[in-house]
Write a protein that binds this ligand. Structure first.
Ligand code: AMP
Length: 286
């Protein structure tokens, strides 16, 4: 199969495929995903291809980052479709381990990043970032890439991963990829598939609202008032708001009053679907 993409399921097979590339001095990028791939994921593969000689994509729905009442069982899975998309996008190798390969009997180690994880998504999803930090640490150690790419869509996650790599001296460069959106502004997400047609119509208001918050902040309005107005607007449209927050873009510390540089982050439910999004201050023209 020309330009075919090989899928491996074990750490041993992964390393066997990587060894000759490494021996040849090729630069290897890893793009971790949970599958059900969309254009957002594929943009990370494109970015990876522009920065490295070889691109490895992992597909693993990581059970330990889901809470007991969350959607681990129903999370969309489409491996055949994913492999086809990755072949077309030019990935070199797919690592798709099963749960026993990642968490064998007796697995008892946890990677936990304090400080960045207490609030925002961490407040409503206890243990979520421990699950993310643990699986990403494993993937980085299994693959040993020169570069790993994560989406800004999960902004808090991106900062958590940068911190853990720094704190544990893992020799890898972490790059963030820009958020890919639908034409109406809704950030692409595998979970968008859960939205009913009516919810899908309402969903772009999340991006619209945080963009408005970013715009008024750029004009000098205080962060607290802007967040309250944003929350109110979302609630009036039927969202159950988890948070609308203005944070330091590097530390995620809360900001109040007028701000120069910040990130506006929000999480809100439409029905059962939890949507997240974020935009920079000052706003970009995207
Ligand atoms: P997931 O499969 O949801 O774990 O996402 C895998 C990677 O793709 C993460 O680094 C996400 O931040 C990133 N990602 C998800 N959605 C988007 C998007 N709309 N634009 C850019 N990156 C994304």
């Amino acid at each position: 199969m020309p330009n075919g993409v090989t899928a491996v399921r074990t750490v041993g097979d992964l390393r066997a495929h990587l060894a000759p590339w490494r021996k040849a001095g090729e630069r290897i990028a890893l793009v971790p995903t949970m599958g059900a791939l969309h254009a957002g994921h594929l943009s990370l593969v494109t970015l990876a291809k522009s920065k490295a000689d070889r691109v490895v994509v992992s597909i693993f729905v990581n059970p330990i980052q889901f809470g007991p009442r969350e959607d681990f069982k129903t999370y969309p899975r489409d491996e055949a479709g994913d492999l086809d998309k990755l072949r077309k996008a030019g990935a070199d190798l797919v690592f798709a381990p099963d749960i026993a390969e990642m968490y064998p009997q007796g697995f008892s180690t946890k990677v936990s990043v304090d400080d960045l994880t207490e609030d925002l998504c961490g407040a409503n999803r206890p243990n979520h970032f421990d699950g993310v930090a643990t699986v990403v640490s494993k993937l980085l150690l299994q693959c040993g890439p020169d570069l790993a790419i994560f989406g800004e869509k999960d902004y808090q996650q991106l900062l958590v991963i940068k911190r853990l790599v720094r704190d544990l001296n893992i020799q890898v460069e972490i790059l963030g990829g820009e958020i890919v959106r639908e034409g109406d502004g809704l950030a692409l997400s595998s979970r968008n598939a859960y939205l009913s047609p009516a919810e899908r119509k309402t969903a772009p208001l999340l991006h619209q609202t945080i963009s408005e918050v970013a715009a008024v902040l750029a004009q000098g309005e205080g962060a607290d008032a802007a967040c309250v107005a944003g929350r109110f607007k979302l609630e009036a449209a039927g969202f159950r708001v988890d948070y609308v927050a203005v944070r330091d873009p590097d530390t995620l510390k809360p900001l109040s009053g007028p701000v120069k540089r910040a990130r506006v982050l929000a999480a809100a439910y439409l029905g059962k679907t939890r949507l997240i999004d974020n935009v920079p201050v000052p706003p970009t023209n995207r």
